[in-house]
Design a protein around this ligand. Structure first.
Ligand SMILES: [Fe+2]
Length: 344
């Protein structure tokens, strides 16, 4: 198991790099833009391949590294389904499992600091973002924060985890690095309240100044989407409506790049093949094509995913590898559903 807690000193942010083995897939939680070079260097040194970059919530105090990491590694970007960001590759919801090779995390919706705050539980440890911090909790006074929702997230979700569960927060301003659920229940001053009303009164009385970066960070973090127009300009994109006319035509092969859990939850376009994006990315990266694709190289390939990000990256990769019939569905299954496309 590779586990690295990385620190960004300006916003006192912790980012976490996780992988099951050297040479394998990696995931990064809450990366900071200014540290992207450092993360990439570390991943090269440890021979890791970044497949997912995840933000616990829309940050107000730093610019996320999600967009830059996606552009430089073609990884999948992940946030919760409530996030008001323009587009991420994959959205998760409470009860989902976030997976990479050899690692899985339970996805726990813990709103309150923001309405898109999530925590991630991985065996003996939980990544709590800005919901639960060491001897503190995340402020609830902007970005649709809500002290009552946070009280529930804390008392009904996180504090129900076993006492020995390690707590890795999204920030620490005093130099602490890790705590436990039991320790926080006993010693976190914000958790020594008797009711949701008392907690709300404490949080509403904090009167904190806005984060210095807020006016820059929030708008920047809302626009981290991949620019799918450049793919469209090369003639490699179908709108959902245009794709609808292609489905069922001979020679047209639809390829779903999402994960099985996304297919189960949202449905898929009838008759599509399934090649998860990381599989395609790894195959193309090592100079080959997945078997399903090489047999149909003369076919018209139409990739799709959740919102069009993974499929836009896939089209660019396979076009570069010589599959010149490849296109994708702009806006993914999300756009497909909006025009009433059939689902299997
Ligand atoms: Fe935050």
């Amino acid at each position: 198991m590779i586990f690295r807690q990385l620190f960004e000193p300006v916003s006192c942010t912790y980012s976490y790099l996780i992988a099951s083995r050297r040479g394998g897939e990696a995931l990064i939680l809450d990366p900071v833009l200014e540290k992207v070079d450092r993360y990439l260097q570390l991943m090269r040194e440890l021979d890791l391949r970044l497949v997912k970059a995840v933000d616990t919530h829309l940050h107000a105090d730093h610019i996320t590294g999600l967009g830059a990491l996606r552009d430089r590694t073609h990884c999948i970007t992940v946030m919760g389904e409530q996030s008001s960001v323009d587009v991420v590759s994959m959205r998760v919801a409470d009860g989902d499992t976030l997976r990479i090779e050899g690692v899985s995390m339970d996805v726990i919706y813990t709103p309150g600091h923001t309405d898109d705050s999530y925590s991630f539980l991985m065996k003996d440890r939980v990544f709590t973002g800005d919901t639960l911090m060491i001897r503190g909790t995340g402020r609830t006074d902007f970005q649709n924060g809500d002290p009552r929702a946070q009280y529930e997230s804390l008392f009904d979700r996180l504090l129900r985890l076993p006492d020995e569960t390690l707590v890795f927060p999204g920030h620490d301003y005093k130099g602490d690095t890790v705590s436990t659920i039991g320790e926080e229940r006993a010693f976190n001053p914000r958790l020594q309240v008797k009711s949701v009303d008392e907690y709300a009164a404490v949080m509403n009385g904090l009167n904190l100044p806005n984060p210095k970066m807020m006016d820059v960070a929030v708008p920047a973090n809302m626009r981290q989407g991949l620019h799918q127009e450049s793919v469209a300009r090369r003639g490699w994109a179908y709108s959902a409506a245009a794709a609808l006319e292609q489905v069922g035509r001979s020679g047209v092969v639809l390829i779903d790049l999402r994960e099985q859990s996304e297919r189960a939850r949202h449905g898929s376009i009838p008759g599509s093949l399934h090649i998860p994006y990381p599989e395609l990315q790894e195959a193309v990266g090592s100079g080959r094509l997945p078997r399903d694709l090489s047999v149909s190289a003369d076919m018209h390939l139409l990739f799709y995913c959740a919102f069009g990000e993974r499929s836009a990256m896939a089209v660019q990769a396979v076009q570069a590898a010589g599959l010149t019939t490849a296109c994708h569905i702009e806006g993914g299954i999300d756009a497909w559903k909006k025009i009433g496309g059939a689902l299997a």
